[in-house]
Write a protein that binds this ligand. Structure first.
Ligand SMILES: Nc1ncnc2c1ncn2[C@@H]1O[C@H](COP(=O)(O)OP(=O)(O)OP(=O)(O)O)[C@@H](O)[C@H]1O
Ligand SMILES: [Mg+2]
Length: 477
């Protein structure tokens, strides 16, 4: 057997690029294996720090500098993939794609050292609810790191895929519908997935890309700061302490916060030390609004799949799903009969590695069938949306519609393409515009065929064709 599918083409790995940390795995000799990084850890912190001497530190070395050099250190870059937001360090402007590119480059390097072979390609996972822009940005980040992206797979789907693969040894297992709750540092996803009969089939998916453990930390940090103005250093220390307290409160009912010299002395007051005992009840009260935001997607995914809110198996993945309040909420929604299993976080990377092996033709296993998380459409006159692909449609998929130009004087067309569920264009994510300039004079009433092609990574290619002339234009964002 080839080493992890190595050969002339190099090894293909699976990478779970998280908000807080990343994991890389390879499928070899019939099983998935997490590859420890150069520091010997199974996960790499997704932190990049720019040193004064020009060095770029990534991973644990960068994470250690987050407290001492908060303004030179970038955390949680994944949350901004595809948003166009940038971060400035030392006058240099960086996109989230660039930051994630540095993280992926380290992951690639460390995996190569571990495998003793070049790693050239990868399957990457993204939150199921990631838009087209987030998916493209993830792909770009991987390209920057010199990786060919074989496919983008949704995180809950990857987890279910690896779980299904490992169930070969689970005698109690019956074919069933799983609720996968994936809840990490930056994103919340829920998917209903039918497994069995050789298929892992996603029935529906729902989520919130702007909801994760980071938000719990920020809410608790704000509570602890009690309205005091914070320097970047104080805020970093508070957030760090909040994160530790939060994690502690998953297994204990109270914890101590101890931050000596958090606020330096002023002309009138001495230095302030923050010392307090925090109970789980207070923590849950402070973060109740955030928890409430989890309930909508949990209920909606059942409604979208047309199923009653009842399952017997719930699979929880990600650090934030360890919060007792989250588990309680899930039980409240799906009923007390459900069995909750918390899976190891590395399962997401394992699912990606398995898919990489399948795509490289090295392994034949269960079929994976996923859906698109968000509807896709075009903006029409008057600011409304004509949807071409509805959310939760099986992918890959293709849909063509014929339109007629309505403006008598236009020789060109600029059609907005959007993703989301609102009938109003302004309330959707604008992916970009399709611009056609060769309609010819007096374009009024001319037909054009617009085709939306959504591939297995839920990435969109649009083709616009003039049926009369046969001319065709191709667009992607
Ligand atoms: N025992 C725990 N209780 C509560 N929260 C926890 C616990 N352990 C970890 N976390 C939180 O889980 C989050 C990290 O989870 P995880 O490693 O699954 O995220 P990620 O994969 O980096 O992010 P994402 O998948 O959202 O992009 C952090 O917010 C961390 O504070
Ligand atoms: Mg994750």
């Amino acid at each position: 057997m080839e080493r992890g599918g190595a050969g002339a083409a190099g090894v293909a790995v699976g990478i779970d690029l998280g908000t807080v940390s990343a994991t890389v795995a390879v499928f070899r000799e019939g099983r998935c294996e997490t590859l420890p990084n150069a520091e010997g850890s199974p996960t790499t912190p997704c932190v990049v720090s720019f040193a004064e001497d020009g060095r770029i530190l990534v991973g644990e070395a960068a994470r250690r500098r987050a407290l001492s050099h908060p303004q030179r250190t970038v955390v949680s870059a994944k949350r901004h993939l595809g948003s166009g937001r940038t971060v400035t360090v030392d006058g240099e402007v960086y996109t989230a794609e660039e930051i994630c590119g540095h993280i992926l480059a380290k992951i690639k390097r460390d995996a190569e050292a571990r495998l003793g072979a070049p790693v050239t390609a990868a399957v990457l996972t993204v939150p199921a609810h990631f838009s087209e822009l987030g998916r493209r940005a993830t792909r770009q980040a991987a390209r920057r790191a010199g990786l060919e992206v074989l496919r983008i797979v949704n995180e809950p789907t990857a987890a279910a895929f690896a779980y299904d693969h490992s169930r070969l040894w689970d005698r109690e297992w019956d074919d069933t519908t799983l609720l996968v709750v994936h809840f990490g540092g930056g994103t919340f996803d829920v998917s209903l997935i039918a497994v069995g009969d050789g298929v892992v089939d996603v029935l529906a998916t729902c989520g919130d890309n702007a909801l994760g453990g980071d938000d719990w930390d920020a809410a608790l940090a704000a509570h602890l700061a009690a309205g005091r103005g914070n320097s970047p250093a104080a805020l970093t220390r508070l957030t760090d302490a909040a994160e530790r307290a939060k994690t502690d409160l998953s297994s204990r009912s109270e914890t101590e916060i101890d931050l000596p010299y958090l606020y330096p002395a002023t002309a009138t007051e001495g230095p302030l030390h923050l010392r307090e005992t925090l109970t789980r009840a207070t923590f849950q009260a402070v973060t109740a609004d955030l928890l409430a935001r989890c309930e909508g997607p949990l209920r909606k995914v059942f409604a979208d799949a047309g199923l009653p809110t009842e399952v017997t198996r719930v699979v929880l993945v990600g650090g934030s799903a360890r919060m007792p309040a989250v588990r309680d909420l899930v039980t409240r929604v799906v009923g007390p009969r459900a069995r909750l299993h918390h899976l190891p976080g590395e399962l997401v990377a394992h699912g990606a590695a398995l898919q990489a092996a399948v795509l490289r033709g090295l392994y034949r296993t269960t079929l994976l069938s996923d859906v698109t998380p968000l509807s896709l459409g075009i903006g029409t006159k008057g600011g409304t949306v004509r949807r071409l692909i509805e959310r939760n449609t099986d992918i890959p998929t293709r849909r063509t519609e014929r339109f007629e130009t309505v403006d008598p004087d236009t020789e060109s067309l600029r059609i907005p393409v959007c993703q989301g569920e609102s009938d109003l264009l302004a309330d959707n994510v604008l992916l970009g515009h399709v611009t056609i300039t060769d309609l010819g004079r007096a374009a009024f009433g001319k037909p054009i065929d617009v085709t939306f092609d959504l591939d297995a990574s839920a990435e969109l290619v649009i083709r616009v064709r003039h049926p009369v002339t046969g001319r065709e234009h191709r667009f992607s964002f």
